[in-house]
Each structure stands twice: as C-alpha cells, then as structure tokens.
Design a protein around this ligand. Structure first.
Ligand SMILES: [Zn+2]
Length: 314
C-alpha cells in the first residue's frame, strides 16, 4: 500500500489506508484543495488503488496500477473538455450512460472529474442518481478547488477529502532532492510564498530559474564570436559559488540545444542562436558545456570548470 507519493497529509493517508485495508473504499470521493495541493496525485493513487490487483493496493507496480498512473487504463476515464469554460450536461450524461457498460479489463469503472466545480448545475443534477446508486463496479473521483461552489446535494453524496498544506519538515527533504541547486533559504522562502501547497511551491522554484543575465551575456559573446567578452563573462562566472554557477551553465546548454533542434527542423520555435554559428560549432559547444556541468556536479572547483571553458569554448 503506497500513498507515500502524496506528500504530507498524514491524517488523510491514515484514514484512506485504513479504508483500503478493510476493503471499504467509497464509490464516490470529492478531493478538495486549491491548485497545486496534490488533488491530481491523490486522484491517480485512488484510481490505482481501485484497479490494483496486488494484496496491498495501490502497489504502483502491477499492470493495472502502471496503466492508471500513465493515464492509459481503459476503464479509468476523465470527464472534461478543457476547451470549454464549463463541463457540460452532455458530457455528464455520456459518462452516466457509459457507466452501465461493464469494465472491459479492470475491476472497476472509474470516472475522474478534474474540475468538478465547473460542472454546470444541470451536469451535477444529471449525476445525482449515479452518485447515489452506481452499479457495484462504478466509482467517481471529483476534484475541486472550490468545493463550496458545488451543489450541496452532490457534496453530500461524496466522501470529501480536503488536502492540507505540506509542513516544512515534510517538504524540505523532497524539495532538496528536486532542486539540488537551491539552498535551504530559497526553498523555505518558496514554501512560505506558496503557503505549503507543494505544486505551487515547485512552480515558484521553477520560475525562479528565469534566464540569468550572466547566461545571456555568455550566449551573446558566444554568438558574436567575441573572445574577449566570452573571457570576461567566464571571469564573472568564476566568482560565483558552484550552486549558482550550475544554473547558468545549464541555461546556456539548453539554449544551444534548442538552437541545434531548430537547425535540424525538430523545433519550429525561433531561437536567436540558430543562425549565429554552424551546426558543428553548436554541437561542439553543447558537448563542452555538458562536460563542464558534469565536472561541476562531480565536485570540480568553480575555477577549474570556468578555466576549462575559457580555453576550449571558442
Ligand atoms: Zn497495483
């Protein structure tokens, strides 16, 4: 039984684990919490638990678990149309009709509603009867970031699981692993800004990786084949700490990879460096950057890494 991929939320996991062990999962869950609270992770875990064939579901390894996690299980359907503002009564009715066709390969037929708060009132009403009395193999998982906006008649038919923010103690080890280049102060700051909603916190940390001005400087110098400017930029980089140098090198490499992709037609997005250098030069620079990054990750000194690039990158 593994709900551990959902961070924090110990109470909720304890309760679900007990229900799973006793074989008394409900047929209708409402997962509530704001964006980035882990609703989607929990929904997949729950759906996997419903289809899992191991003795302690969800094992996350058996065929049905894998299919649910990869989003390809034929008996687990998402009811949504993200081109529309609301989830229509037609979609709800279609799900209601299909529910009565028995599962093709799974134990249960699971319907996920990723934004239940956007179900129109008619759509919610169309679901009332099946939420109340589904066929014995039927199950519903409703996700909502505004559960209070839903019809009370729908809410009362569901077991509501409210996601909670993740504590610093639970979040820090996870974030350190995901963002090895960030120090604890940066991780704590993101946790505070994201109020412990782990998806939101990760988004904040990723967005912090906006182009570093020094990466732009290096790229400009490289594109213009300006050896002096390149040396000066590397000299500035040399004065940084390793964990501040690595993101710059990664950004430079990403840009060069994108330029190569554009040259070979694999990417249509315009990159300013695609025409600046030849394909051979670009791929050579990518290789050098990869070597430098690898060396820095394996604890080579900053001066050593920058010195290496200063003599090789042309
Ligand atoms: Zn399994």
């Amino acid at each position: 039984m593994s709900l551990s991929t959902l961070l924090g939320n110990e109470e909720l996991k304890k309760r679900l684990t007990a229900d799973l062990r006793a074989g008394r999962l409900s047929h209708c869950y409402l997962l509530s919490g704001p964006e980035g609270s882990g609703k989607h992770t929990l929904a997949r875990l729950l759906a996997a638990a419903m289809e899992c064939t191991a003795s302690e579901p969800p094992c996350l390894c058996c065929g049905p678990c894998r299919k649910v996690l990869d989003g390809v299980h034929p008996d687990v359907a998402e009811v949504d149309d993200d081109t529309k503002k609301t989830v229509s009564v037609e979609l709800a009715r279609r799900a209601r009709t299909e529910l009565y066709v028995r599962p093709g390969e799974g134990k249960r037929k699971v319907y996920l509603f990723p934004r239940a708060q956007d179900l129109t009132p008619q759509a919610q009403n169309a679901l009332l009867k099946v939420l109340e009395e589904p066929p014995e193999y039927g199950a519903f998982i409703l996700l909502s970031d505004r559960a209070e906006a839903m019809l009370p008649t729908v809410r009362s038919r569901c077991v509501e699981l409210a996601l909670q923010p993740v504590s610093e103690r639970d979040a820090l080890p996870f974030l350190r692993e995901r963002f090895p280049e960030k120090d604890d102060a940066a991780l704590r700051r993101a946790l505070r800004i994201g109020e412990g909603w782990i998806g939101r916190v990760q988004k904040i940390l990723r967005e912090e990786e906006k182009p570093d001005p020094l990466a732009e400087e290096l790229l400009d110098a490289y594109a213009g084949q300006d050896a002096l400017a390149l040396t000066q930029a590397l000299f500035k980089l040399e004065r940084r700490k390793r964990e501040q140098m690595l993101p710059v090198l990664r950004q430079v490499r990403e840009t060069l990879i994108a330029a190569l992709a554009q040259r070979s037609g694999r990417q249509t997005e315009e990159t300013p460096f695609a025409s600046a250098r030849t394909t051979a030069e670009l791929s050579d620079a990518c290789r050098l950057l990869s070597e430098a990054i690898h060396a820095a990750e394996s604890n080579a000194g900053v001066g050593h890494v920058c010195g290496y690039l200063a003599v090789t990158l042309r």
